[in-house]
Ligand binder design. Structure first.
Ligand code: SF4
Length: 280
């Protein structure tokens, strides 16, 4: 079996920066006093490593002891979460990716101008919750609505102009198609684009013309799942070496390998070494 690693793959700038912040806390000997709100990045290997180094992971600011250090994940948080952290006198370290912050700023600006705000994204994803919370923070503005909501038409009512933003890790083609659909009905002001890292990794996958693709990354990683979706061949996912070993790759002659934006390079190297050995 021929194994071909696609470029680019793996850590994006936002994940690299978030991990740098976390590892600085390790060097300062402070990791075991830090509470990370949500997974710092959506990868089980990274979260496992940080847990072993002493970080604690919680899902709510209310679970962080007053006065402790809170590390906000790369996916960003809503203004309400920031206020809750301040009320608990938490020392905040913010690892929000700057590309996510740009989306918050755009959504807030649309809301401040009174435009209904549509968010293209998965409503239960931490990033989308933060963006929706940003819009809700604008006094008197109606809540943001996700593009796939069954109540989208009702919510937009008689609006003529709407603001549209997107979760940064969506399928770039689907975002473009949804924006085009909305433009048929409304004047659309938009910053609905996936981030560069997401687009570049998706473009590399779409250009791969082998007979199977393996995406290395965790099941809860949005960008990992989107890489599987855009593949033009059979696609597999594995989050650990055990999962790689369990794959049934019989009949695959040319396998492409890529990894999500939060998947460590060390895992990719291990997986590729195993696949090359196994495929001899
Ligand atoms: S995938 Fe994009 S938005 Fe998310 S952390 Fe990486 S660069 Fe930032």
């Amino acid at each position: 079996m021929q194994v071909e690693v696609l470029e680019p793959h793996g850590f994006c700038a936002g994940v690299t920066a978030a991990l740098r912040k976390a590892l600085a806390l390790v060097r300062d000997g402070a990791a075991d006093t830090v509470y990370c709100l949500h997974e710092l990045v959506h990868n089980e290997i990274v979260v496992g490593d940080l847990t072993r180094r002493g970080f604690k992971f919680v899902e709510s600011v209310a679970d962080i002891p007053e006065g402790a250090t809170a590390l906000f994940s790369a996916h960003g948080v809503s203004p309400a979460v920031r206020r809750a952290a301040a009320a608990r006198r938490l020392k905040v370290m913010d690892a929000t990716c700057p590309f996510v912050t740009r989306v918050h700023t755009a959504a807030r600006d649309f809301a401040a101008r009174g435009l209904p705000v549509v968010v293209i994204g998965h409503e239960n994803h931490a990033e989308v919750k933060g963006i929706v919370g940003e819009v809700s923070d604008v006094a008197g503005h109606s809540p943001a609505i996700t593009a796939n909501s069954p109540t989208l038409s009702t919510a937009l009512g008689g609006a003529q102009t709407i603001g549209v933003v997107s979760q940064t890790t969506m399928n770039a083609d689907e975002v473009a198609a949804l924006v085009a659909q909305l433009k048929e009905r409304f004047a659309v002001e938009t910053m609905a684009e996936v981030c560069n890292a997401t687009k570049e990794r998706q473009d590399a996958v779409k250009a791969f013309d082998g007979d199977a693709l393996l995406v290395l990354g965790s099941a809860n990683s949005s960008n990992t799942r989107r890489l599987m979706e855009v593949a033009r061949c059979r696609a597999f996912r594995a989050g650990t070496l055990e999962e790689v070993r369990a794959l049934d790759l019989r009949g695959v002659r040319r396998l492409g390998v890529t990894s999500g934006a939060s998947t460590p390079e060390s895992f990719l190297a291990e997986a590729v070494a195993y696949l090359k050995e196994d495929g001899k």
